[in-house]
Design a protein around this ligand. Structure first.
Ligand SMILES: Nc1ncnc2c1ncn2[C@@H]1O[C@H](COP(=O)(O)OP(=O)(O)OP(=O)(O)O)[C@@H](O)[C@H]1O
Ligand SMILES: [Mg+2]
Length: 255
């Protein structure tokens, strides 16, 4: 069997006496698009935070391409090829989309130089423009982020998060807050991009239609534990999943 790009081994995370993650095993192979589902508070973001190095697990191991990276900080994992986006986009609302992208690109190009001087670099605006074009949002470059539709904001956030060309992309609710009209377009663009660029993706999603359509495999969590792991068809047909997760209410705006 080939070495998986990501393996979570018996991961647990407790906050005080509360177990947010409990004995989680998850294997992700190169090229998979894995959807993580679960009700509010199931432990999805906690798991992603542990994989991305934003949280250390209480026990268990995270393996990236066979290397133990448990507790390695996010900025180090980013250099190894793991990138993630957050549930709420991490953007400067009073700057333009291009300026936001330039900031992400400049941090990569010259992390030790003062940000202000980097903005004078020839080519920075050009490479930021290309990065926006990669996700089909170049036309919004001059718009203030605060005035963009949520779908474009999410694409911009993910374009920024993936500007270092990672191998493993972790997305926390890529379509949350996006109108139902825009959702499929956002996810289709991301899927097209990631498949063409041969990235491996783990995404958290509450919209089951999106999961069914775009995930090649689904992992279902309840109370910090995996209750199902398999093809979308198999997981959605699982009686425990149907009872505990599918069709769950998810109040608008709280995702
Ligand atoms: N830093 C923390 N301190 C204490 N409890 C926490 C902390 N982070 C998460 N929790 C708790 O752990 C549980 C899992 O939280 P998590 O954010 O992982 O859920 P989630 O599945 O991402 O939910 P949602 O769908 O609402 O985003 C929740 O009960 C949450 O309150
Ligand atoms: Mg969450």
């Amino acid at each position: 069997m080939t070495t998986p790009i990501l393996e979570c081994q018996d991961i647990a995370k407790t906050f005080g006496g509360f177990a947010a993650a409990n004995a989680i095993d998850m294997r992700v192979d190169e090229g998979e698009i894995v959807g993580i589902i679960g009700s509010n508070g199931a432990g999805k973001t906690t798991l992603l935070n542990i994989v991305s190095g934003h949280l250390a697990p209480t026990t268990g191991r995270v393996m990236f391409r066979g290397e133990d990276v448990t507790g390695v900080p996010a900025r180090v994992l980013a250099r190894k090829g793991i990138a993630r986006s957050f549930q709420v986009p991490q953007l400067f609302g009073t700057s333009t989309a291009l300026e936001n992208m330039m900031l992400a690109t400049s941090l990569l190009a010259a992390p030790r130089r003062a940000i202000v001087s980097r903005f004078d670099d020839e080519g920075l605006a050009e490479s930021a423009h290309e990065a926006l074009a990669h996700y089909g949002i170049a036309e919004h470059g001059d718009s203030l982020v605060g005035e963009l539709p949520q779908g474009v904001r999410k694409l911009l956030d993910i374009a920024m998060a993936t500007s270092a060309d990672p191998d493993l992309v972790l997305l926390d609710e890529p379509t949350s807050g996006v109108s139902s009209d825009e959702k499929n377009d956002v996810m289709q663009r991301l899927a097209d991009r990631f498949i063409a660029d041969e990235k491996t993706v783990v995404f958290i999603e509450h919209d089951m239609d999106i999961v069914r359509r775009y995930a090649t495999r689904v992992v279902a969590l309840t109370d910090g534990a995996v209750i199902a792991d398999g093809t979308p068809e198999a997981v959605f047909a699982d009686s425990a999943v149907a009872e505990q997760i599918v069709g769950m209410a998810h109040p608008a705006g709280t995702a």
